[in-house]
Design a protein around this ligand. Sequence first.
Ligand SMILES: Nc1ncnc2c1ncn2[C@@H]1O[C@H](COP(=O)(O)OP(=O)(O)OP(=O)(O)O)[C@@H](O)[C@H]1O
Ligand SMILES: Cc1ncc(C[n+]2csc(CCO)c2C)c(N)n1
Length: 258
Amino acid sequence: MEVMRHTSTFLRPPTPAADGPSLAYALVVLNQRLPRFAPVLWNHAKLRIFADGGANRVYDGMPKFFPEQDPSEIRRRYKPDIIRGDMDSIRPEVQEFYCNLGVKIEDVSYDQDTTDLHKCIAFICDSTPELDKSKLCILVAGALGGRFDHEAGNINVLYKFSGTRIILLSDDCLIQLLPRTHSHEIHIQSSVQGPHCGLIPIGAPSASTTTTGLQWDLTDTGMSFGGLISTSNIVREERITVNSDSDLLWTISIKKDI
Ligand SMILES: Nc1ncnc2c1ncn2[C@@H]1O[C@H](COP(=O)(O)OP(=O)(O)OP(=O)(O)O)[C@@H](O)[C@H]1O
Ligand SMILES: Cc1ncc(C[n+]2csc(CCO)c2C)c(N)n1
């Protein structure tokens, strides 16, 4: 089975050597408090999208990371490529500010069956040539730690777009899908993440999962809700491997001091 490799170099300031030619990042900002490392994510991204009320969060929150600088200068610096959603949460003055900067604002409120995050991911996938899809990685800021229906909707997007690398982020942790179609090698950036981690069979039970590099490794172990799921596990090695017959969510804590 083909190996899929994962690293979280996007949590550290970009250096030409670290990102290399391997992945092209896009950033989606949701309507939740900006993670403290949002400027670092921004600098990694080649495409930046605000999901509806996510625009308010950047407008209000980015200047607070740079208290010595002029807020409107910061707002102009952190200008998105597009704002997309059903536009019922973006404040009128925020919409006007970005509109005056020439930002495209796309009202897709005719669709009340998919979330704003779904609409943003669909936009990124549609605008990425097929050839570049395997190199695309979408970072989603503010996806966790709020309303549970929104969190579940955000996780569902990982499953709906399971062929695309998508990483949900909060201040405290990240979540990504490990598709059963691959075996997985996760490289831990121990200066910015860990040691707490989990492997969660949220979409369907797993009859057999095998890992290496964890304190409580699984060896051809079954996992299901109502039975065993791996929470409060600890990364023990720099390289973790995961093989499973089922799609799993991988989650790892993010260090408080980054
Ligand atoms: N409390 C939250 N927790 C997690 N994700 C959130 C939360 N609030 C918003 N989001 C994410 O940000 C996106 C944009 O948020 P926004 O508030 O603009 O959506 P919305 O469609 O107006 O939500 P609703 O009408 O259900 O309150 C949502 O699609 C969701 O992915
Ligand atoms: C069964 C079902 N439940 C909820 C909604 C509502 N809904 C889901 S996504 C969305 C857009 C939010 O920006 C809205 C309103 C629906 N359509 N179908």
